[in-house]
Structure formats: C-alpha cells, structure tokens
Design a protein around this ligand. Sequence first.
Ligand SMILES: NC(=O)c1ccc[n+]([C@@H]2O[C@H](COP(=O)([O-])OP(=O)(O)OC[C@H]3O[C@@H](n4cnc5c(N)ncnc54)[C@H](O)[C@@H]3O)[C@@H](O)[C@H]2O)c1
Length: 333
Amino acid sequence: MLQTFLLAFVLAIVLVALIIGAYFYINTRSPPYLHDIPTKDAFVVVTGAASGIGKSTVDLLVAKKCFVFALDLNETLLKESFGDNKQVKIVTVNIANTDQVKEAASVIEQTLSQKKAKLAGLVNCAGVLYREYCGLVETDESEMNRMFGVNVFGLIRMTNAMYPLLGKNASIVNIASIAALIGLPFMSYYSATKFAVRGYSDTLRREFLGMHRVSCVEPGGTISNIAAHTPVVRETSILKDKVGSMFKVLMGDGEPTMQPSSAVAQVIVSCLFSSNAPAHVFADFWNMRVKFFLSHAFGTYLFDSTLEKAYTKPDDEFNKKYSLNKALAGKSE
Ligand SMILES: NC(=O)c1ccc[n+]([C@@H]2O[C@H](COP(=O)([O-])OP(=O)(O)OC[C@H]3O[C@@H](n4cnc5c(N)ncnc54)[C@H](O)[C@@H]3O)[C@@H](O)[C@H]2O)c1
C-alpha cells in the first residue's frame, strides 16, 4: 500500500516537473525559424534606419543581398551610414507627418515600378523615448503626443502607406519593446505606446492571415542611441526618490547588460524571411528571457511586491547613479 502511494507520489512529481519544464522551454527558447524565403533581391522598407536596431537591420539585409529603402528623420546619419551603398535608397522622412509619409511612399513606388518589383517586407522600427523621466501624472501633453505620434500613429501611418506596395505574402515586422510586456515606471507613456504597438500588431496579423505575415518583436535593453538623449529624472518629479530603487530591482546591483543591436536585427530578419515567423518574439539574452518568464509566471505579485519593498528604503547611492541616467544611456554601435 505504502509502496503504491510512494510510486504514485513520485510519478505525480515527475509529471508536474515535465509540464513545468515543457512550459518553461516553450516560453524561453528562441523559435526555430525556417529561413525558407529567399532574401536575394527582396525589397524591404526599414524605418528608423539611421541608427541602432534599424541601422543594424539594414546592414544585415544588405549582407543578405536585399535592396533596402532606408527611412529616417536624420538625413545626416542616413548619408553617413548608407550614402554610397548601391543596395540602399535613403529616404528622409518624419513618420509623424502625413504629407512627408505620402511623399516617401511615392518615391518608393516610383523606384519599385522602375524595377518592376513589389515590397517583400516592412520593418517599422523608428521610435522615441521620454526626453526626461517623470511619472504618468506629470508627463507634459507635448511629450505624450510626441511619443504616441511617432511610436504608434507614425507606425500605423507607414503601414497604411506601404500596404498597397506589398507583394504576395509579404512580411511586416513591428518593433515594440519589453515595455510592451510589463508597464515600466518612469517609462509610462513609452510603455503605453509599446503596448499599443503590440495590440495593433496582433489584430493586423489576424486580419492579414492568408495574405501577409505580421510579427511583433519585443527587444529588451539594447545598445543604441535612443536613451542617449534622455537627460535625467525631472528634478521635481514625485518619483525622484524612487528611481534608484526601481532600476536596482529591474537591473540588479551592477551595470546593466545590454544586447548589441545586431542581435535584435538577426531576429527581425529571421521573422521577415521565415514562413513560420512567430506572432511575438521577446528578443533578449536567454537569461533575461528566463528572468522575464519567471516574473510573469508569478503574475504581478513578485515584481510589484519587490518594488513596493524597495520603495520604502530609498537608495541614495542608486538614486544618484541613475538620476544621471547611467542606467540606460547607450553608446551607438
Ligand atoms: N534600445 C533599446 O533598449 C530598445 C529596447 C526595446 C525597444 N526598442 C525600440 O527599438 C526601436 C529602435 O530604437 P533604437 O534603440 O535603435 O534607437 P535609435 O534612437 O538608435 O534609433 C531610432 C531611429 O528612429 C529615428 N526616428 C525617430 N523619430 C522618427 C520619426 N519621427 N521619423 C523617422 N524616423 C524617426 C531616429 O532618427 C533614429 O535613427 C524603437 O522603436 C525603440 O522603441 C529599443
């Protein structure tokens, strides 16, 4: 009797361990991309192409023999990066401006019709972050409009403008963020824009089933220029004394480890050229994927209670360190 009970107990434990292991494996591994769509002479539009993740994506597409329309607001950087490249056509555009997007679309359309081609892909990568960290209730309306104007409405505007130029079974890759998976204090409206991108991508994918493929790539911390312009936490912010505690909880005691933008570009290009591209990919180091999976598995409890505890003991050393924005300031690759 005791033996049967022990055997059933051990079997139950093994079964539970197998289920947890399988769930864990499925949620933390990189998806097995098929890479079954030819890249040679494929025409791809990339926004935010002058720097960071967008630039690395253009570089990788060029290496794979694609022809790339590199779109960005920053003409100087575009010219510096791709001025002489025969596989790249640079198009200066502010995606927050409807007329400029229409103009860019007509330039792209003309080039495509000269080459008798259609677009194989669109990568919506252009994005902006807070200029100055502060709480949700303190964010200026202009800053709120700027972030939504580029990250959400600009991305939608570009998708609408490029849609008529897409070839059969084309791919759209939208860049959200880890901030689309977890609402990050101090990056509140940025987080809200990225949640919006994630939701938009999800619907677009379902509407396009059988027509085009849509993936949403959600990168973790990545070396780029995006945070280089974010100066400090606002001196008068109600959250000023909490910033150190928050970054300590998020990133640990040491300097944060950020992935190179080329790693995210690999994920983007794999999504573009794989017929089994996933709906969502959290692009980060495997240990970050595990950390994130575990914090999700425990619901909001683990993260929130750790934050709450940390908030009660302001950490002056960390506040000083992170209010100087060392946590996120990136170097351009
Ligand atoms: N760097 C990170 O840690 C990180 C993490 C998650 C998600 N992301 C997202 O990745 C994307 C790329 O960011 P990045 O880190 O490479 O930053 P980045 O600043 O290096 O590149 C962003 C590019 O977008 C361009 N851009 C900004 N506003 C524009 C506009 N209105 N019209 C046209 N171009 C415009 C900029 O000129 C810049 O070249 C963004 O959507 C960002 O939110 C970045």
